[in-house]
Design a binder for this molecule. Sequence first.
Ligand SMILES: [Zn+2]
Length: 285
Amino acid sequence: MNTVISSPSKQVWFRTLFICVSACIVSISAVSCDSVTDTVADIVMSPSDDKNLGAQIDNEIRSNPNEYPLLNNASANAYVQTMVNELIKAPEIKYRSLFAYKVEVIRDDKTINAFCTPGGYIYVYTGLMKMLDNEASLAGVIGHEIAHAERRHSAKRMVNAYGVSLLLAIALGNNPTQLESLAGNLFGNLALLKNSRDDESESDEDSFKYLRSTNIWYAGGVKFFFEKIQEQSSSTAIERLLSTHPLPSDRVQAVNEMIQKANLPTPTEATLRSVPYQAFLKTLP
Ligand SMILES: [Zn+2]
């Protein structure tokens, strides 16, 4: 082992990781390597690093109005922020007090999307909001975005992109500048939007749980979003959305199965909230 190990805690991490890697190598059968990815992700990027990286990306977005024209409408932001605040009350949320969980509306009717940076800076496009019929659908999508931050999918993506050995060498060598530039390369141009199928499914599942826990909206809200996508699958805006949020049929099926398994009551106006949502849409330019 070389001498660059910088702190006792990292030595412990390294040993733990070595055990994980060994377990993965010797066990060809059912052991998943996800735990190795998670462990390396935790060494390389702490949740506080997520928050800092998110704040940097948030700054970049705010200083680039051509690409990200913010709506800058206090009451529209407040409407969506209230939904975020309700969703993060769900007991499954771990980083409620650490992450920003701040939402901003982007005025762009041609883009059907929403995204969340590491550390919980959430952006929702007017194009997405106008495509949806009710609050439950939007809550489903926002819940999905919150789950990407909570599950720290971006840190895991760094591990997948750069590999365990390179990132470990950097982490153990304690070279934050090098780490920052790697993160910059990966997340430049918001490449962080590119989510794997597994991350997408995991986020759908968590979104369902959050909505169910908050007990305001129909927990299967994200299903209506899928239906809209399928209805309009030939439009360019939907094609762009699918390039960052893949929607294979098994993802749709998994959500339908969750709904069935949970035996949810039929959605009503009380749990869909389409009337207040439509009134809200009328306030948008
Ligand atoms: Zn996603």
